[in-house]
Design a protein around this ligand. Structure first.
Ligand code: FAD
Length: 467
């Protein structure tokens, strides 16, 4: 896997607009022309003006994993931080699978993790099940969380670090009227004073982090452009206790045209229920049909289950054309940081939120100086450098293995290989494209080609049969 050659990364390329050094950002049609040379990039930090009588003010819009971790890092770094979240008990529709490295890197307490999955079944279109996870070390696992628990924990930690958490719906913002003038955010505030009705309010800040998810309004206001997206559907199903025993520390992934033409179906265990779901980019209107098929595939194991929650949400397929403009940056789903193939975005949301906040803390010298686009761009540069290979490898895997049922059979067959399991788990759990063992890589390449040749032969036979 690691030996796949990585030449271009269309998803994370910088668009021409991503390279502006514009001081101010909207309306979009007023953006200055692209500078001829990247050498003109503004270098901020110690040359930028000092903020007097107060510290730098930053608003984080959206209190999911991206927003919570951004706000915590900002507050700890001496920034006057405002975290605006529209719904403080939000249950983000999500499978809630997190890699082991997130638990350590974000210092998550174990009691917010519902289950520690150490066994994963990958189930092919013809229902061949391959057990993966044998290569895991005793302390390794995939964490399963409920998002309402994780998100509120991260927000509370941000608040304890000094961030002001505002229960409000962000509506729009006004562009600053000068290089160091404030952005004015408009939002509807909900608190004990306003009850459920809410009250229109404004907030002046020096910079904004857009962490407001896939339908980001901040992205819209900076003219960030659109992305392709998958629609993902999930049902939380409470199953009888004796059935839950099977899912104690086990998750399932189903592949096949029936469950999704371009993604996978899943059964993930939670505290007292399982989350059953699927997604698709190409056949969105059929999502309920795919969901039914996923449920049918798991039928025996979830028999007697009761659906306690139905949820659906878009999943971005690639980064937006622009992720930064002036003193506004996008993170998490708002930026489009979900990996293809696995549909994973929680870790990348939290990580990008933190990375963006660190760039602001550093550029402002702990809130003492004004920041500019050059400071925020450092986050983008670091992000692209760190995660470009991970995104690309998963992009390639999806293209090769999710394209037909025979290819999926080959994929599941390949997952039986211990070396593949080790590489896949190491890459997933620790978020690094693990350098391989050359001999094992060669064996894997030969086996993969063998599987694909068999898959193609099978497809030809199936095509003949259907003539
Ligand atoms: C069905 C499904 C299953 C998934 N399963 C997994 C999985 O198992 N593992 C994984 O890693 N990823 C999974 N993902 C992806 C993951 O959910 C996202 O990548 C992740 O939630 C992104 O976090 P975020 O903080 O960027 O955005 P979000 O989690 O979407 O948070 C955005 C926050 O902003 C708030 N907000 C939005 N607009 C406004 C506004 N105008 N004003 C104020 N607040 C606002 C929202 O209420 C929300 O709290 C799944 C996604 C779906 C849809």
């Amino acid at each position: 896997m690691a030996s796949i050659s990585l030449k271009t990364f269309v998803g994370l390329r910088q668009s021409s607009s991503d390279t502006y050094n514009s001081g101010h950002v909207f309306p979009v049609k007023h953006l200055p022309a692209q500078p001829a040379s990247r050498g003109l990039r503004i270098v901020a930090g110690k040359f930028s003006p000092k903020v007097t009588g107060r510290n730098l003010r930053v608003a984080v819009v959206g209190g999911g994993p991206a927003g919570g971790s951004a706000a915590e890092t900002l507050a700890k770094g001496g920034i006057e931080t405002f975290l605006i979240e529209r719904k403080l008990d939000n249950c983000k529709p999500c499978g809630g699978a997190i890699p082991l490295c997130m638990v350590g890197e974000f210092d998550l307490p174990l009691d917010i993790i519902d289950r520690r999955v150490t066994k994963m079944k990958m189930i092919s279109p013809s229902n061949v099940a391959v057990d993966i996870g044998q290569t895991l070390k005793p302390h390794e696992y995939i964490g399963m969380v409920r998002r309402e628990v994780l998100d509120s924990y991260l927000r509370e930690r941000a608040s304890a670090s000094g961030a002001t958490v505002i229960n409000g719906l962000f509506l729009k913002m006004d562009a600053p009227k000068g290089a160091t003038a404030p952005y004015v955010l408009h939002y509807t505030g909900y608190d004990s004073k306003t009850g459920g009705v809410g009250e229109r309010r404004t907030l002046e800040v020096d910079a904004v982090i857009g962490a407001d998810g896939a339908n980001s309004r901040v992205a819209k206001f900076i003219g960030a452009g659109d992305y392709d997206y998958a629609i993902a559907f999930q049902e939380r199903i409470k199953i009888p206790d004796d059935k839950m025993v099977y899912y104690e520390n086990l998750a399932e992934m189903y592949v096949g045209d029936d469950v999704s033409p371009d993604f996978y179906g899943w059964v993930f265990p939670k505290c007292d229920h399982v989350a059953v779901g699927t997604g698709t980019v190409t056949h969105k209107s059929d999502i309920k049909k795919f969901q039914l098929a996923t449920r049918l595939r798991a039928k025996e194991k979830i028999l007697g289950g009761k659906i306690i929650r139905v949820e659906a949400h878009p999943i971005p397929e690639h980064p937006r054309p622009r992720r930064l403009a002036g003193r506004v940056a996008l993170v998490g789903d708002a930026a489009g940081y979900v990996t293809k193939c696995s549909g994973e975005g929680i870790y990348f949301a939290a990580k990008s939120g933190r990375m963006c906040a660190e760039a602001i803390v550093e550029g402002s010298e702990n809130g003492k100086r004004m920041v500019d686009e050059g400071d925020l761009r450092k986050y983008l540069e670091k992000w692209d450098k760190t995660y470009w290979p991970t995104y690309k490898v998963l992009d390639v895997l999806q293209k090769v293995f999710y394209r037909s049922n025979p290819a999926r059979e080959a994929f599941v067959e390949m997952c039986a290989d211990e070396y593949v399991q080790k590489m896949t788990f190491d890459s997933y759990l620790y978020k690094k494209v693990v350098p391989g063992n050359p001999l094992e890589d060669l064996k894997l390449a030969v086996n993969t080609i063998g599987s694909l040749v068999r898959a193609n032969a099978l497809r030809r036979e199936m095509d003949k049969m259907s003539v």
